[in-house]
Write a protein that binds this ligand. Structure first.
Ligand SMILES: Cc1cc2nc3c(=O)[nH]c(=O)nc-3n(C[C@H](O)[C@H](O)[C@H](O)COP(=O)(O)OP(=O)(O)OC[C@H]3O[C@@H](n4cnc5c(N)ncnc54)[C@H](O)[C@@H]3O)c2cc1C
Length: 474
């Protein structure tokens, strides 16, 4: 076997590239198979002439110091720190997000504020008498915040992202993303802010000045200095052959040509559903059924370049109202000035959808028309300011945490656990709602498991029930 193919990495997104970089540093031989023509996966950056954009806002934050050092080593002065400004647009008003007390109370008025406080304290009292674990996202956030604040801030937007009613979404989704934020926290934050306290992971974030995929482009530069051919684009597995104990061979198609790789180890970040469907012999029916039940939410983005220097001051704005067809808009220039020419700017309009639904199948022209109606109403853009529009689609954007996701993904992972030379990493690869930090961490630990001949528990990455954004910017 060619020495360069000892370790087969499937997917060149953040998780796969982090694994590759760690293996490269340890002098191990590997090959990465990537179906696209670029590295970065969901965290890749598109360039259209002088304009750049990511696939949705990519704010880097982590509680792991090692990851900041890992990225700083790659990016040096290209790693910039940004003061966050993000808002919600609800019922014709802009609310700061995360919620700020004064702004929220002014926007909701006296009656709205009374309802928020009444619902919140009713829930606190109810919790004293009824001690029941919430069984859905809806129950969890209503119990933590009271219904009025939950409706204002969380329920509608969550339903827009997931395309499911909040009663059908697992409470796990709120645990690390929202839990720990509470009315008490909002009041505490207001006091800390008024005293000029330290910046938290919510107030500021890091960003590569040429777009988030600069991290992965820099890894690519380094590993390609080491050896040609370790990174294959336009390449995907067509068969994953196993002997019930190990992955023995993988048939890889690169630009139309099949080749057999016999890896000692496989690190996979491709969607877990695709991985199982390629197995030979086939997985048992029960596992194939579990795979069918694991759903991914898709994402369509419309990128519009504009003949004006600025649209709004925010990095992004959320649009929870259901009559508005898109869910979020970001202005890349507010992440880094280098994302647009000085006298121009751009917007990325994001739609959350299912593969093959109406939005997914819409043409660029129709999507632009649908968006422009609202962009004009909101006073953001006039039609004669639009230079060009581009669309991009991601099928596997969000692993869906429905009420049965844990049981289904657990079954599949237990089954794949029999292959002793296989490690599953990343967002779609391990069916975990990872951000870049946890994808990177999983990749690094998978590589170390091979280098140190000691199996790290990848399922523990990001599994803490603590709110992810707790902590301060270093
Ligand atoms: C809209 C949006 C906003 C986000 N915002 C943030 C944010 O603010 N902060 C943050 O940190 N993270 C954010 N993320 C998450 C971040 O993008 C992901 O956590 C990260 O990209 C996951 O990395 P990964 O390597 O696990 O998976 P991916 O990025 O999905 O990479 C997987 C790779 O595998 C390749 N692949 C798939 N199938 C095959 C196949 N059959 N054969 C070969 N290759 C294949 C893909 O092309 C891809 O390159 C956001 C994601 C989205 C969609």
């Amino acid at each position: 076997m060619n020495k360069k193919k000892d370790i087969l990495i499937l997917g060149a997104g953040p998780a796969g590239m982090a694994a590759a970089f760690e293996l490269y540093k340890a002098g191990k031989s590997f090959v990465i198979i990537e179906k696209n023509e670029r590295v970065g996966g969901l965290a890749r950056t598109f360039q259209y002439g002088e304009f750049r954009t990511d696939i949705g806002p990519h704010r880097f934050f982590s509680q792991n110091q090692y990851l900041y050092d890992f990225i700083e080593d790659l990016l040096d002065k290209h790693w910039i720190r940004i003061d966050r400004l993000t808002r919600f647009y609800i019922n014709g008003k802009f609310f700061l997000y995360p919620v700020e007390l004064k702004n929220a109370l002014l926007n909701v008025g006296f009656y709205g504020a009374f309802r928020i406080l009444f619902d919140y304290f009713s829930q606190r009292i109810k919790k004293v008498f009824v001690n029941r674990n919430p069984v859905s996202f809806e129950e969890q956030v209503v119990s933590d915040f009271g219904r009025a604040l939950a409706e204002l801030n969380m329920l509608n937007y969550t339903e827009k992202i997931w395309g499911l009613h909040c009663s059908e979404i697992s409470p796990d989704w709120s645990k690390q993303r929202i839990k720990g934020l509470s009315l008490k926290e909002v009041i505490k934050k207001t006091i800390i802010k008024s005293k000029g306290g330290p910046k938290t992971l919510v107030d500021q974030f890091y960003y590569p000045d040429l777009g988030t995929s600069l991290i992965y482009e820099k890894i690519k530069e380094r590993i390609l200095m080491y050896a040609d051919g370790v990174l294959r684009f336009n390449s995907h597995p067509v068969k994953i052959i196993n002997d019930g104990n190990k992955i023995t061979k993988v048939v890889v198609n690169t630009e139309g040509n099949n080749q057999i790789i016999k890896p000692k180890f496989v690190i996979s970040s491709i969607p877990i559903t695709e991985f199982v469907s390629l197995l030979e012999p086939k997985a048992p029916d029960e596992i194939l059924q579990a795979i069918k039940n694991l759903k991914f939410r898709s994402h369509v983005s419309l990128f519009i370049t504009l003949n004006k220097p600025s649209v709004f001051p925010d990095q992004w704005i959320y649009f929870p109202d259901k009559e508005i067809p898109f869910g979020r808009i970001m202005e890349p220039k507010n992440f880094s000035k280098k994302m647009s020419p000085t006298d121009k700017t751009s917007l990325l309009v994001e739609f959350f959808c299912w593969k093959n639904d109406k939005i997914w199948n819409m043409s660029k022209k129709d999507l632009l028309e649908l968006s422009m109606e609202w962009l004009e109403k909101l006073g953001f853009v006039k039609r004669d300011e639009v230079i060009k529009a581009f669309i991009s689609k991601e099928n596997y954007a969000y692993p869906v945490y429905d009420l049965n996701y844990k049981e289904n993904s657990g079954k599949v992972k237990d089954y794949l656990g029999q292959f002793k030379n296989l490690q599953l990493i990343g967002r779609a690869g391990s069916f975990r709602y990872n951000n870049q930090d946890h994808a990177l961490e999983m990749g690094i630990l998978a590589a170390r498991s091979i280098i140190e001949e000691k199996q790290y528990n990848l399922e523990e990455v990001g599994a803490e029930e603590e709110y992810f954004e707790r902590g301060y910017v270093r």
